[in-house]
Ligand binder design. Sequence first.
Ligand code: FMN
Length: 312
Amino acid sequence: MKTLVILSHPKLEESIANKKIAEELQKKENVEVRDIFALYPDYKINVEAEQKALLTADTVIFQYPFWWYNMPAILKVWFDEVFCFNFAFGPEGDKLKGKNFLLSFTIGGPADAYTPLGYNHFRVEEFTKPMEQTAYLAQMNYLAPVYEHGMVYIPGVYNTKEAVEERALQQTTQIIEILDDLENENPEIKIKSFAKQWFEHFDVLADDGYFNNYIANGAKLQFAEGEFVGHEGFSEWYAGIKNTIKPNNEHRIESINVVANNGHYAVDLSVKLKAEKLSGEPLQLNVKENWKVEITRDGRIKIHEYIVNTVN
Ligand SMILES: Cc1cc2nc3c(=O)[nH]c(=O)nc-3n(C[C@H](O)[C@H](O)[C@H](O)COP(=O)(O)O)c2cc1C
């Protein structure tokens, strides 16, 4: 599952909270952080580049400091430009449909200020209503926002830097839990993300133990080299592959389709392989793969059938 973080902070060099959260998220696999103020300090947004980045994402996180009960202006300009007609709304404006939309912001004031009798009067979620509706119009999946209070550090007056950083880490943990839940709850996303990792392990010719973890006992395996069965069969076939090609090859998933079918998932893939044989000769193959996959009750992936057909 790919996550795009739209980091929106016009003074990141002075930031404690958002900087920390962005740094932590950046360390996670499949997360791209776009620092939009660094990209567009003149507020002239490259709409095409931003839309392209959005199209690759399953989840979009908007990360920003709460400024005047709202987002910093750079993010507002970004929305005004990027969420345009026939992209985010309008007759052909379904390009973001189904993507997850998560606001993650840091709030200076304490929680009790955001109550009817507090000095900010309104609940935090009342201030984010326009964004909630923006997500609905774009047919996106609006998730409850993530935020922490008391995120300002004023030396000698309010907070310590360490306490703010600690809360920033807590906020990051919350975000990561949400991302993990999204991945686990949605079988299609889970299987797609698994397939990506699976081929990344083939790219480096990882140990057969990694692959056998996911292969069911007695699984039917069919390759150009013949038919094999279960763990032993996989290891036998794989030993042959390791004797044929060098590591650091490339398996590119051109397309992947996951369909639920009688308690299993049928996964159809087109994959382009670029490798080099041990002899130095280049090898390029297009293959169609058909997997029969189970997600077990404890959330593990098991492959019951793995059929590979070479197309060229
Ligand atoms: C221009 C500006 C406006 C702010 N407005 C609010 C506000 O409306 N409510 C609030 O609780 N804090 C407000 N704050 C405090 C910020 O939310 C706080 O500084 C920020 O979350 C800290 O994150 P950072 O370390 O990444 O900059 C404001 C701060 C600035 C600089």
